[in-house]
Design a binder for this molecule. Structure first.
Ligand code: SF4
Length: 489
């Protein structure tokens, strides 16, 4: 039985006969060992990292090995340390970082430059690890869920100019200037000491005119950019809004494989609307997985007939929640579009009263071709269901059918059978990575500016998420073995 009250550590000043080896402090299943094995097995030159070639001349200090810097970044991002200054501090004091870098301490500027200069290579590394997971059979390659989340950029909401915002600001300043000038005129007329000589007023007017000139310059810059928004801080960040939430940043898109919830690909989009993201993400996922057919699930924000067709064209079967556009009509007791049955053989629609709507011609709307169908006016005139079908003054019913409407009908038929289960599966798959990003990795905003650098950081986050998942699935030692086998091959 011990008489000590607490466990006693080493005396800090005690000389050791056999100093402990640094490697002894890092146990066999430490995540740092997986990071080390992956980076050591990577062809960093092929991924496009800088300083991978031997210097042409021997002058000056040698550069830090990009492998060391990548290890430190991976370690940091996996442990909620993302700022270059904090990474430098970790390299100095954290035993696992000291082990990873062999005691080297890169300065924060070196670290920041590495992240800045290797954006494309970091993105390529994210893809490279996904290919490693694919080789290990960790992807199912049958089903992916696609989802997006707004992530704050390195720019404030106030730094992003939009046309309407600049117009309002310009009008407000103009009104202030007019107010001051009107006050001066009035004072002149009343014969008071000429206030136009008042230096304080002169300064105010000059300041307002400067602000007006600045607004005009920003308007010109916005016009020249050809975009609807422009930020002087991060030219690629956008004001994104959804459900009353407004974020200045990027719309991060991911595709998650169903087998082990591993990320297949990710992208930082600038459009806050997901409606154009389904096919690009599905195509990228299919290409990485190298499969012939793929199923893709997404929420109602992704619903777009053009995107569903684009998916079908490349053998991706889409399952997208269909927004309920006929709710109002149903609540008012009126017929909705779905109440008109299309007869493909006869190429006509049958209305609820059994009358035919036949093709009348074609028309183009926003780059898409529609076929125009109409019922006979005489049939609609005396129809007993007319009140549920047409406004009082409309003579007959008309419908437009997209030239590829069959794609939409196939999708609707799929969703009628499997919709509920598909949307449940989508939520379980797609929300896991975003939850991990935000709660586990503490990743709520980008520290870099510009789409390329943001893409690099997203590649790094994708790699970290997949590395963490792969360690959970395989264990550190099996992952190390896998990296070594690949490196040897
Ligand atoms: S109003 Fe015309 S289209 Fe509508 S249900 Fe009656 S007959 Fe059919």
């Amino acid at each position: 039985m011990t008489t000590r009250r607490y466990k006693t550590g080493l005396d800090r000043r005690e000389q050791m006969v056999l100093p402990p080896c640094l490697d002894d402090y890092i146990c066999a299943d430490n995540l740092a060992r997986a990071i080390d094995a992956y980076v050591e097995g990577c062809d960093l030159a092929a991924l496009g990292f800088t300083h991978t070639l031997a210097p042409k001349h021997g002058a000056g200090q040698p550069a830090f090995d990009p492998a060391d810097l990548l290890k430190l970044y991976l370690y940091g991002y996996l442990h909620r340390v993302r700022s270059s200054r904090r990474l430098e501090a970790e390299a100095r004091r954290n035993l696992e970082c000291i082990w990873l870098l062999g005691g080297l301490v890169p300065g924060y500027k070196t670290l920041a430059d590495f992240r800045k200069d290797n954006a494309k290579a970091l993105k390529a590394a994210g893809r490279d690890f996904a290919l490693l997971c694919k080789a290990a059979g960790l992807y199912g390659g049958e089903l992916v869920a696609i989802d997006g989340s707004f992530v704050r950029g390195n720019a404030s909401k106030a730094s992003i100019d939009t046309r309407s915002r600049l117009e309002k600001e310009g009008e407000r300043i103009e009104k202030l200037i007019e107010g001051y000038l009107a006050g001066l005129d009035k004072a002149d007329r009343e014969g008071a000491e000429p206030p136009s000589e008042d230096p304080a007023l002169k300064d105010k007017l000059a300041h307002l005119r400067e602000r007006q000139a600045d607004v005009q310059a920003r308007r010109r810059r916005l016009e020249e950019s050809g975009e609807g928004q422009f930020s002087g801080t991060d030219p690629d960040a956008r004001l994104l809004s959804k459900n009353g939430q407004v974020v200045a940043g990027y719309n991060v898109q991911i595709a998650v494989d169903a087998k082990h919830k591993l990320l297949v690909c990710s992208e930082a989009a600038q459009d806050g609307n997901d409606a154009a993201q389904l096919a690009p993400m599905a195509v990228a996922a299919k290409e990485l997985l190298g499969v012939e057919f793929l199923q893709a699930e997404a929420d109602g924000g992704y619903y777009s007939q053009a995107q569903i067709k684009a998916c079908e064209d490349v053998e991706v079967t889409a399952y997208v929640a269909i927004p309920n556009k006929s709710r109002l009509q149903r609540e008012e007791g009126r017929f909705a579009r779905e109440d008109f049955q299309y007869d493909a053989q006869a190429d006509r629609y049958l209305c609820p009263a059994g009358q035919s709507l036949v093709p009348q011609g074609r028309q183009e709307k926003r780059g898409e071709v529609y076929i125009h169908y109409a019922a006979r006016a005489s049939g609609c005139q005396d129809c007993p269901l007319r009140a549920k079908c047409l406004p009082a003054k409309t003579p007959y019913r008309q419908l437009n059918r997209w030239e590829h409407e069959a794609v939409v009908e196939r999708h609707r038929a799929r969703m009628q059978v499997e919709g509920t289960a598909r949307m449940r599966s989508r939520a379980a798959l797609a929300e896991h990575p975003f939850g991990t990003f935000k709660l586990w990795f503490g990743w709520t905003h980008f520290l870099v500016r510009g789409k390329t650098k943001v893409g690099g950081v997203l590649g790094l986050m994708t790699l970290c998420y997949n590395l963490r998942r792969a360690v959970n699935l395989l264990g550190v030692e099996a992952l190390i073995a896998l990296c070594r086998v690949r490196a040897a091959a």
